[in-house]
Design a protein around this ligand. Structure first.
Ligand code: ASP
Length: 459
């Protein structure tokens, strides 16, 4: 049923120029009926907030599992009555708390029946997507907006990558914008359909991408990403106490920061917003009056920062440096190519490749490497014939800021702060875009590095 207040406002608005705001609510915002009542208030407080994307329910209590994790476990063991009961209870509690008359067990049974004959990959994608699917149906019914299934327009190619052009066409075909203007829409996040007609999910945290896609497809003027923090912090709050929250940062900075470990937004959130230059506003469902952080294409007038300032200090542990040493490596053509081929063969993502005259270091993500550690080392021995190979773990810390571009002395401040904290830099890398400086340090020095750099730039 349409909310009468919204209906009245809608009748007064011309459809073509209607300004729409896309809102995505994350797992903690959808964790229980109390949180969902908060998001209903947020939606109703502005008649332009009519394109809603939801995550599946996250944890209600610390010891809970996220619904997506439970569904993935269920895909591995579809007969597990323990998991089925937990999922059923969590959803039924939400439904009852909102005063709806839905019998959740019937929805769950139907999904299990539908997935019965699927192969493991299809089953796992399909079941994982149901948390968002059910949540969107519940919210749509509760607020009287139209439920639009993501599988009707979000298109993946056969390699599992988003096909944005096709997605935009599909959205036009089904009249997504018109539906949003007329009825308001609720779309489940996290998944779409591939060219073979199978449900496919994004990687974890992917509802943020769905939010951007919906914002793009309905030509929203703004995408508000409602989460459980009041904006984008300059450093991880688990490492730095009460870090500064940025009022405004750029999409390029946030893209780099997310890729490097700032986990507020999925790194693929930004691409769909580029065509129309749609800004993102990161805000807190539990503190809705806080303006949060605006993420924009370009820093506007009056938002300029001090030259040389830093926006985000992100980072991750779990990287590996493989250092190959060989006398007379430099004149040998094809050494780097052979080393990279080994990584490609095992599906290992290379981060960057610093080197010296007779050494080459390959910095890479550790998780896939560890699965094939010995085979990779053997193959490098065989194809590159180095004099020695050293392998050890490192953490990468990334200092991000568009205001660092063309400002002399920023790296000096970064390395100076690290030197004062007694930290040795193992690798250092700055791309020609000059928007980020990446530092590799021993894992035990990771947190101290983040704190030292933060202290230098937050003063
Ligand atoms: N529910 C999915 C996850 O837990 C997607 C999301 O919340 O963004 O990763």
């Amino acid at each position: 049923m349409q909310n009468p207040r919204t209906l009245k406002i809608l009748k007064a608005l011309p459809m073509k120029n209607e300004k729409l705001i896309a809102c995505k609510f994350g797992g903690t915002s959808c964790g229980n009926a109390r949180q969902i009542k908060k998001i209903v208030r947020i939606i109703r407080s502005d008649p332009r907030r009519r394109c809603i994307v939801v995550s599946g329910p996250g944890k209600e209590h610390k010891r809970d599992k996220k619904i997506t994790d439970l569904l993935l476990a269920l895909a591995e063991d579809p007969g597990s009555s323990g998991i089925i009961d937990i999922i059923s209870l969590r959803f039924q509690k939400i439904i009852d708390g909102l005063g709806l008359k839905i019998r959740f067990q019937e929805w769950l049974d139907e999904a299990l029946r539908e997935s019965e004959l699927m192969g493991q990959e299809d089953k796992s994608n399909f079941l994982a997507s149901r948390g968002e699917y059910w949540m969107a149906k519940i919210l749509a019914e509760h607020i009287g907006f139209e439920f639009v299934d993501a599988e009707e327009f979000i298109a993946f190619d056969r390699y599992g990558k988003l096909n944005l052009k096709r997605t935009e066409k599909n959205a036009n075909r089904i009249g997504l914008r018109e539906k949003a203007v007329k009825n308001g829409i609720v779309v489940p996040g996290f998944y779409g359909k591939n060219s073979a007609g199978k449900i496919r999910t994004f990687s974890r945290g992917g509802s943020n991408i769905s939010g951007s896609i919906v914002a793009d497809c309905v030509e929203a003027v703004l995408y508000i990403n409602w989460t459980d923090v009041s904006g984008v912090a300059m450093a991880d709050p688990r490492i730095v106490k009460n870090p500064r929250i940025a009022a405004v940062i750029t999409r390029a900075e946030m893209g780099e920061g997310s890729y490097r470990g700032a986990d507020v937004l999925h790194p693929e959130t930004f691409e769909p917003l580029r065509r129309l230059d749609i800004p993102i506003n990161v805000r807190n469902t539990n503190d809705p009056d806080n303006p949060g952080t605006m993420i924009v294409g370009k820093i506007g007038r009056g938002q300029e920062r001090v030259p040389g300032s830093v926006s985000i200090i992100a980072g991750k542990t779990g990287f590996i440096v493989i250092t190959l040493a060989k006398a007379d490596m430099n004149p040998e053509i094809g050494f780097l190519l052979r080393a990279c081929r080994v990584m490609k063969k095992f599906g290992v993502n290379i981060d960057h490749v610093p080197g010296g005259i007779n050494t080459l270091s390959i910095v890479l993500e550790g998780n896939i490497f560890e699965k094939h550690r010995q085979e990779i080392i053997n193959r490098l021995q065989k194809t590159c014939k180095p004099d020695s190979i050293d392998v050890h773990k490192i953490a990468l810390v990334c200092v991000v800021g568009v205001s660092m571009i063309s400002v002399p002395g920023v790296t000096n401040r970064v390395t100076g702060a690290m030197a004062n904290a007694g930290i040795n830099i193992e690798v250092i890398n700055q791309g020609s875009s000059q928007i980020s400086i990446i530092l590799g340090v021993r894992e035990k020095n990771y947190k101290t590095t983040v704190r030292a750099i933060y202290a230098e730039f937050a003063k």
